[in-house]
Design a protein around this ligand. Structure first.
Ligand code: ADP
Ligand code: NI
Length: 215
């Protein structure tokens, strides 16, 4: 069933994204977008952010992701085609650009509450049970091992040296996923992240116990 929304412009935009993303296998598939939309809507309402802007930005946040190679202007064009007014579209584009920008070590400046809501939603979808599934799916798509004891971080001279290895999927938890709970902007997302983080920690502990044959 195609994306449904009581607001016809949000629905039209969502359906455009759905159509374009449904054969995306890069970890940026439509269902990732859909989950981020659900979380953004919920967090926006709880935080008093402008819900419609957050919904549109969540639906559009990966449209111009550099890994997907769509040209600049694609997001604005899709919003215009869905009938979204220019002022709202401009805010949505601004948020999407900041959410997808991932300069190494660059502090993430997110000046609007709506931007912080969408970034929190995107980060939440990388952790918890969904995060576990996405990490192993990503690694599997690249032919990586689930885990490789020989590349445990303590075996490398430095964290930088370790990062240069072709990490197993489990290492992604230490590189990124365990760090995300402290990067949430909003209290609502922080509470959700705490639960998801605890689940992942228990999961990885259990994984390593089973790996060694202890459990
Ligand atoms: P996003 O664009 O949503 O911030 P990425 O494009 O970095 O995320 O990754 C998409 C998904 O794949 C995320 O769930 C992320 O945790 C996972 N992922 C990214 N890099 C790796 C990796 N090296 N190993 C395992 N999973 C990864
Ligand atoms: Ni995303």
């Amino acid at each position: 069933m195609p994306f449904e929304h009581p607001d016809p412009q949000v629905q039209a935009f969502g359906r455009r994204v759905e159509a374009e993303f449904s054969d995306e296998a890069s970890g940026h598939d439509w269902w990732h977008v859909w989950r981020v939309w659900r979380l953004a809507r919920r967090i926006a309402a709880a935080e008093g952010a402008e819900v419609r802007t957050c919904e549109l930005a969540a639906l559009g946040h990966d449209v111009e992701d550099h890994k997907l190679g769509r040209p600049a202007g694609t997001l604005a064009a899709w919003l215009a085609e869905a009938g979204v007014d220019e002022a709202t579209a401009a805010r949505v584009v601004e948020i999407a650009q900041r959410v997808s920008f991932k300069g190494a070590g660059v502090p993430d400046a997110m000046p609007t509450l709506e931007g912080r809501v969408v970034q929190d939603a995107d980060r939440l979808d990388a952790i918890g049970a969904i995060g576990v599934a996405r990490a192993f799916a990503y690694g599997g798509a690249r032919g990586r091992l689930l885990y490789d004891p020989h590349e445990a971080p303590e075996r490398h001279a430095s964290f930088e040296a370790y990062r240069k290895t072709n990490s197993s999927s489990l290492m992604h938890f230490y590189e990124k996923l365990f760090l995300l709970k402290d990067r949430m902007h909003t209290p609502t997302a922080r509470a959700l992240a705490a639960e998801r983080h605890a689940f992942m920690e228990a999961y990885v502990q259990r994984f390593l116990d089973e790996w060694e044959g202890y459990a």
